[in-house]
Structures are given as C-alpha cells and as structure tokens.
Design a protein around this ligand. Structure first.
Ligand code: SF4
Ligand code: SF4
Length: 273
C-alpha cells in the first residue's frame, strides 16, 4: 500500500477532531481531488495535441508548439490535455490553493509554490483584528451550474465550519463586507448583480468563484452571458476551479481579508493582532 494512502487512512486516528484545521493544517484532500495540470517541459514534443483537446482554450502554446502557459482562470481540471498528450508530458496535480488578486497571475507555466501555513488560532485573530469583528459574506449566483454553489454551501457544514474563523454568510448585501460570486454573469442577472454590489456598505470586496466567474469557463463566448463577472463588478480575488474546493474558497477569503486590511487601516490599528 503506498505510504501516502496509509498516512491518509491513519489521520482520523491521530486527530479525532472531525472539523478541518485548514488553513493552519494542510488541506486533507480526497484521493480523486484534481488541481491544475502539471507540465514536464523535458517531455513536451510540441505536437500541440493538448491545446486542441482543451475545451476552454486554457493552454497557450509557444512558437515551437510547446506549452507556454496554462490559464488557471479557464482550466476546468478536466484532464483532457493529459489524456491527449502522446508523450506523457502532462499530469493532473492536486494543489487547490490557487487564488490570486491579479487575473494575470493565473496564467502561468507552473502553479505557484505552496502557501505558508499560519499558526494555530492566527487566522481567527487576523479576521477579528482586520475586519473589525468578523467577515460577513453575501453569496450571489450570477448564472452557475450550481457546482460552485454547493462548494460555497459546504463552507458552513460541520467539517469546514467557516464560522470557526470568524467568517459567516448573511442574507442581505446591506450587511455584507464581501460578495462571493459564482457563475458566468448572464445578461439577465447583470442589473441584479450591479444593484447587489451597490447595496453593500464601503469598503466592499468581491471574490470571483470558479472558471465561469473568472472567464466564462465552458460557456465562454455565449451571447447570453459575459465571459466572467469582472466587466460588471470589480473583482478583488479570483479563485480557480470547476468548482473550487472549500479549502480554495477559504484561501480566497483570507486573501480578500488581507486586501480589506489595506483599505481599512484604522480598524487594523485599533485592535490587537
Ligand atoms: S485540464 Fe482540461 S481545461 Fe485544464 S488545461 Fe487541460 S484540457 Fe484544458
Ligand atoms: S465553474 Fe464549473 S462548477 Fe462552477 S458554475 Fe461554472 S461549470 Fe459549474
């Protein structure tokens, strides 16, 4: 039996607490969890078959035909490129912490290095000090398939229990610090999205959840939708995935809290870390 599998099976015995310790501990991913594809440039022969197979045009080829970059904002982690590559130069990775404040950061030849883990209790203290008392999130479905919405809902289950971090969901945008948007932004929902954003008190943050909200995903180019939400509401953090796992959403919310501190220095100064 592989050592990694033994470790995963023994984890519940070593740590009997059912609730996740992410982000203080590494995410405990399921065996089939897929992240971004990983490239071995030494094996790539420049045939370009991966790019032809990609349903979202996420792969950018260089002049030689070799992969120059994979856009995490378009990638749906489907593995079609891995299957199409005749040389085995691509494999599916399992890293899910891919959130970025800058859209261009998502277009990379290789995923960025693993995040540094905060110390126990540090995250909750940061939320309390940086956001006043807590971070209140309003979820907005702007035309999703509901995959991303189920992952957002999973944040509230006993395992992920996002309230342990001082973060909670609210029903009204008037009570929200942050708008968590899923879906492609259909034309019919543009006005509702704008009004939801405008109803939020300043300073307000926006997180684009999943390939659809970042780039349109598999629906990019549809005349009935925008290719992502950025043309309708300003986006502070992009979180790749189709759908992103709850750990990826937590990472994105923590990145947004960092930005919240920058825009509210008086709150950070008033409360101890
Ligand atoms: S995993 Fe799928 S969406 Fe991502 S680059 Fe490969 S083929 Fe394209
Ligand atoms: S990113 Fe994927 S899971 Fe999320 S709404 Fe789009 S198609 Fe569905």
């Amino acid at each position: 039996m592989p050592l990694d599998l033994v470790r995963r099976l023994l984890t519940p015995l070593r740590d009997p607490v059912a609730t996740s310790r992410y982000p203080e501990a590494a995410p405990l991913l399921q065996f089939a969890t897929r992240g971004m594809p990983e490239i071995d440039p030494a094996l790539c022969d420049g045939s370009g078959e991966c790019a032809e197979a990609c349903p979202t045009e996420a792969i950018e080829l260089g002049i030689s035909g070799a992969i120059r970059a994979i856009d995490a904002g378009r990638c749906i982690f489907c593995s079609a490129c891995v299957i199409a590559c005749p040389k085995g130069a691509l494999s599916m990775g399992s890293r899910v912490e891919l959130a970025a404040a800058d859209r261009t950061e998502l277009i990379k030849a290789a995923p960025p290095a693993t995040s540094v883990r905060p110390l126990d209790g540090q995250v909750r203290r940061q939320v309390l000090s940086r956001m006043g008392r807590s971070l209140h999130v309003r979820h907005l479905d702007a035309g999703s398939c509901n995959g991303c919405d189920w992952e957002c809902a999973a944040l509230l289950n006993p395992y992920h229990d996002i309230q342990r971090l001082g973060i909670d969901f609210v029903a009204s945008p008037r009570h929200a610090d942050l708008l968590l948007v899923t879906g492609v932004m259909t034309r019919n929902l543009e006005e509702a999205a704008r009004r939801t954003y405008e109803a939020m008190p300043e300073p307000r943050l926006v997180v684009a959840v999943g390939a659809c909200a970042i780039s349109g995903g598999v629906f990019a180019g549809s005349p009935e939708a925008r290719d992502g939400i950025a043309g309708v509401v300003p986006v502070d953090v992009f979180v790749p995935g189709c759908p992103p796992r709850p750990e990826a959403l937590i990472e994105a919310l923590l990145k947004a809290i960092e930005l919240g501190r920058a825009s509210r220095p008086e709150v950070a100064a008033a409360r101890p870390e």
